[in-house]
Design a protein around this ligand. Structure first.
Ligand SMILES: [Zn+2]
Ligand SMILES: [Zn+2]
Length: 352
């Protein structure tokens, strides 16, 4: 297989793959000792050294997640960077496709995912008109990118980001023995009451989930920015009130996490009895929500950048957190969500 970072330039026998397997267990210290020099040509960062792929001709480095198309896994055989290869290797995309279907456990089916009926399309258009009242707050399903190759690129960008951060993909809240049990997620415990998701909105949420199981994904691209880390961009326009994703992770009691400086915890339940309050911890299992950055409302321009809102709902008696477009979002815009008014409960190091 093509090599990740390597330390020597020893000649290798022709047609014999270089062996430089990923060593995730290597300590940070060792990593910086051995491989501190290689940086990614695309983003200029030396972060995530285990994801840096080296060109077999010129030795320049590229993060798997910075390549376009993104590579999900280290290619078998030799790999040449974009400037050393005449053309993008068409076999890359096949590799991406196979891996992606496995990675996200997409159901292979001859039937295309349920499309919106003309009826519901009409309805959607009407609600989007000028008369459309935000009062109704009817949620919209995301609309996937039409180009299937582009969808694969979006999924590949998520897969590499999950790999790089050691996160397992999950699209449902997870309940792990030793943490909060599912029975603890009881929306009626919410201190001031939690809004109950309407029947229509629940159907829309289920539609989004079903689409994802069939490989129809929200039009989002994970990109790496050396300053912000992984971040998420809209890959087509997204209408106000569109369900972008559910916030996913392991559910735990807040009291177990109070001294946790862990990644991007999200409030799930604020109970009157604080020992029953719950948080979502996306560091081990999550979906794209993990890579969407929160924004500090108190910095100048913060409010303006914010285009996504975290909204908590009572769905069939359980609390769920959805990320919902809070205005129309243009293609290429980065997504930023708000604090949701509970800023004290969030660690702020991942807010920009
Ligand atoms: Zn990079
Ligand atoms: Zn090269």
């Amino acid at each position: 297989m093509a090599s990740l970072r390597k330390r020597t330039h020893a000649p290798k026998p022709a047609n014999h793959p270089k062996i430089a397997p990923r060593k995730r267990s290597r300590s940070k210290q060792e990593e910086s000792d051995d491989y501190s020099d290689t940086r990614c040509v695309k983003c200029g960062s030396g972060q995530y050294p285990a994801e840096l792929l080296l060109c077999d001709k010129c030795d320049s480095g590229f993060h798997l997640f910075c390549l376009r198309p993104v590579l999900v896994a280290v290619p078998k055989g030799r790999w040449f960077c974009p400037s050393c290869s005449d053309q993008g290797n068409p076999s890359n995309l096949t590799l991406v496709q196979t891996k992606i279907v496995d990675f996200f456990r997409i159901q292979r089916s001859s039937q295309p995912a349920e499309k919106l009926s003309p009826e519901s399309k009409k309805k959607r258009r009407r609600t989007g008109g000028l008369v459309m009242s935000k009062k109704r707050r009817k949620l919209l399903p995301f609309i996937p990118t039409e180009d299937p190759d582009r969808t694969l690129e979006q999924m590949a960008s998520l897969a590499t980001a999950l790999n790089a951060t050691g996160t397992e993909f999950s699209n449902e809240l997870t309940y792990i023995p030793g943490m909060a049990p599912r029975s603890a997620n009881c929306a009626t415990l919410e201190r001031d009451g939690m809004q109950v998701m309407s029947k229509d909105d629940t159907e829309t949420l289920n539609l989004c989930k079903n689409m994802m199981e069939q490989g129809e994904w929200p039009p989002l691209m994970v990109v790496f920015d050396p300053r912000e880390g992984f971040t998420v961009e809209a890959d087509r326009c997204i209408r106000d009130l569109t369900i972008i994703t559910e916030y996913i992770g392991d559910v735990d009691f807040l009291k177990n996490r109070e001294h946790d400086d862990g990644d991007s915890m999200m409030t799930l339940l604020t109970a009157a009895d604080t020992s029953k309050s719950l948080v979502i911890c996306p560091d081990k299992r999550s979906n794209i929500a993990r890579f969407i950055n929160g924004i500090n409302n108190h910095v100048p321009g913060g409010k303006k950048k914010q285009n996504v809102k975290c909204v908590r709902f009572n769905v069939n008696g359980e609390c769920r957190v959805l990320l919902i477009a809070s205005r129309d979002i243009r293609k290429g815009e980065r997504l930023y969500y708000d604090y949701n008014g509970y800023e004290n409960e969030y660690p702020t190091q991942h807010f920009v």
